[in-house]
Design a protein around this ligand. Structure first.
Ligand code: ZN
Length: 217
């Protein structure tokens, strides 16, 4: 009983003396901790993009190592392999592990590797006027023209931002077009949205984190 009373009493006491003489100093510190700047948001998503590409490549390579030779039976797959196989079905529309599957997986691996190689090549810029997109590339043929991030990007979730960032780099590889609603394998592998979601599905298991996919230009 005595112990309980002491506990209740201690909860009523502030953990540290209130600094009434300097409340602003405390507030601005708390604000800084909880609200990253736009540049910090871009940098965090960029780091997560690189992590996702690396993780996806590792899992894809592990599966590619199991590609059966002629007359060999089906490979033995583990849970990580199954994630890649599922992502191939869900995002690149190759649901069967046949010859076309392995060829398309190698092609996707190459595109992801190219995305990785572009790290640091595109300057990050801001466009607070754009109301339609999360981000866009100025020129899909020229990374040095930059990736532009809008106020919608800044207010999106961090999972959305990392998917957008991955998407934008794919534009420098496959071009300016999208095939958002396609279920066709040939179109999907040329669509930055499908490729970014393919990477995200394999690396994190999380996809479609943006409220409107059509806004990821
Ligand atoms: Zn796009």
């Amino acid at each position: 009983m005595k112990k309980n009373l002491i506990l209740i009493f201690s909860l009523l006491l502030p953990a540290a003396p209130l600094r009434a003489e300097d409340p602003l100093n405390i507030d601005t510190h708390a604000l800084r901790m909880s609200t990253p700047t736009p540049e910090e948001k871009i940098a965090k998503a960029e780091g997560e993009r690189r992590d996702m590409l690396k993780a996806a490549l590792e899992k894809i390579d592990a599966l590619l190592n199991k590609e059966p030779g002629e007359d060999a039976g089906a490979p033995v797959l583990n849970d990580e392999d199954h994630k890649v196989v599922q992502a191939m079905a869900d995002w690149l529309y190759i649901p069967t592990m046949n010859t076309a599957f392995w060829a398309r997986l190698r092609k996707a691996r190459g595109l992801i590797s190219q995305n990785q190689a572009l790290s640091g090549r595109a300057p990050f810029r801001r466009d607070d006027e754009d109301k339609n997109d999360y981000a866009y590339v100025k020129d899909a043929g020229d990374p040095s023209a930059g990736i532009y991030f809008t106020s919608s990007y800044m207010s999106a979730s961090s999972n959305c931002r990392r998917e957008v960032q991955t998407h934008e780099y794919f534009h420098f590889i496959v071009g300016a077009q999208h095939f958002y609603s396609t279920k066709d394998a040939e179109e999907a592998v040329k669509c930055p949205h499908h490729l970014a979601e393919f990477v995200s599905a394999i690396a994190t298991g999380v996809t479609e984190s943006c409220s409107s996919a059509a806004s990821e230009h």
